[in-house]
Design a protein around this ligand. Sequence first.
Ligand code: HEM
Length: 300
Amino acid sequence: MKMRRILEKAYHTLLACTGISSNQLKTDRDRQTDILCGVVGCDASVLIASKPGNTSGLAEKDAHDNKNLPVEAFDSIKKAKALVENKCPGVVSCADILAIAARDFVHLAGGPYYQVGKGRWDGRISMASRVSFNLPRANSSVDELLKLFGSKGLNLEDLVALSGAHTIGFAHCEHFVSRLYDYRGTKKPDPYIEPRFLKALQMSCPPFGGNVDVVAPFDVTTPFSFDHAYYGNLQAKMGLLATDQALFLDPRTRPIVVELGKDKQRFFQAFSAAMEKMGSIGVKRGRKHGEIRKDCSVHS
Ligand code: HEM
């Protein structure tokens, strides 16, 4: 209980005194949320960088699937950690800072301000090889998504609500290009893409030899605001990834898409509840499995 109060105080220092949430972390805010939603578990293992010359395998930060996580996101977390360490050394974990930063990024983009449970410890293990098993793929089926989310204690509604995070941010062509030219080996585009949307995407992403850095917005209508437009887009065949569009095509998830598309407050409620659930996945507590890192990129 005492520890809990110390942590609360540390967060007060973090959020109120340093003004971190609104000032330090706001730069490039919407490009940073992905680091927070893609973590394997909430133990900040994604922040660990591989040691040079390490023969026992790469750390999570260097996994192929994490290669597009922006450097600025890691820098922001580093800055936040330095500020907190200055006030209360050795108390606040990198995992808690990540969870708070995720909430603040969402809120700064116009989304809900939900409660973040605190008291996570940082993980002692960070392995690139664990990443791909735990991340959904852009062409996963709804069955596969449900299985993966289910294995983490997340249900159907959580899947649809959390996917709503794709109301902000961008994806590289590699994640959806096959939908544009050769859908499931048909040599034709995916029929569930709105024709003008398809044309625009084809212009950005040629079938071969395109610039690998090109990205397209997930929410083509309001790409920078955290709202419920994502669900309206799915109903208009303007989902970017196959997994986004599949949520409207599958009869199990379609009613939830329609419901959240009608009501922003309902979406915010469902998103907040699902983020709280997701925020407790893989949480480490105590010295046996965890650590409180001084530098978020290296184990202490
Ligand atoms: C349901 C399964 C999901 C799949 C298949 C998926 C897949 C992807 C892919 C392929 C990208 C683009 C990466 C890139 O090209 O750089 C992406 C970006 C993103 N994802 Fe997801 N994701 C899923 C769920 C989530 C969840 C649960 C969240 C958060 C709660 C989330 C938040 C984001 C954000 C904010 C971005 C944009 C990053 C940026 O602009 O740099 N995604 N996702």
